[in-house]
Design a protein around this ligand. Structure first.
Ligand SMILES: C[S@@+](CC[C@H](N)C(=O)[O-])C[C@H]1O[C@@H](n2cnc3c(N)ncnc32)[C@H](O)[C@@H]1O
Length: 175
């Protein structure tokens, strides 16, 4: 049987997690597709990306939705902009349509995970997609998955069967 696309699976999870007026952080806006999904569910979104191009693209993608604030900074600094939110999404790695050298790193990702944990209420959620095919991706995935297992209650995981270095998506809830 064909594997379901990982982004579709994540959106199925988000569909159940997000309620109208929730405050969601998109830690890696990219082209804005995850941000758009959250806005369409009636959430307020604070989006981060280190690339100006990604911020511009997300602005275009989400042009019809006012409940969006975009920050051109690393998610490692998220606590400088927000202190409470219901859930956070990390779609790690690089933007396929842009500069593939601008990637998330294990160091800043783990820093952002720690800060996010401080901002989530009990039962607040974290959805993370790890990509392992690029340089540094395997290390980021190993350390990130270990961190999630140690700090969260893991509700769901998804990966592709029979695919080498397949991406892994995880949904964890704050205990
Ligand atoms: C896989 S893409 C995200 C895709 C996006 N969620 C979407 O729906 O289109 C990863 C993004 O993370 C961004 N990024 C890399 N390091 C970052 C950091 N430290 N803080 C915030 N964004 C970062 C990249 O610029 C890239 O746009």
């Amino acid at each position: 049987m064909r594997n379901k696309n990982i982004n579709h699976v994540v959106h199925e999870w988000l569909d159940e997690l997000i309620h109208t007026n929730d405050m969601i952080v998109d830690a890696t806006c990219g082209q804005g597709y995850d941000t758009l999904f959250c806005l369409q569910k009636g959430a307020h979104v604070l989006g981060f990306d280190v690339q100006k191009k990604a911020i511009q693209k997300t602005k275009q993608t989400c042009v019809d939705y006012p409940n969006l604030q975009l920050i051109n900074d690393s998610h490692a600094h998220l606590n400088q902009y927000i202190t409470h939110f219901n859930g956070i999404i990390f779609n790690l790695g690089y933007l396929p349509t842009s500069d593939k050298t601008i990637i998330t790193t294990a160091e800043s990702t783990l820093m952002a995970f720690e800060k996010a944990l401080d901002c989530l209420p009990q039962h607040g959620w974290m959805v993370v997609s790890f990509y392992r095919g690029h340089e540094g991706g395997e290390e980021e995935a190993q350390l990130g998955i270990q961190w999630m297992n140690e700090h969260l209650h893991i509700l769901k995981t998804y990966t592709y069967e029979g695919v080498n270095r397949a991406p892994i998506a995880m949904l964890g809830i704050k205990r």
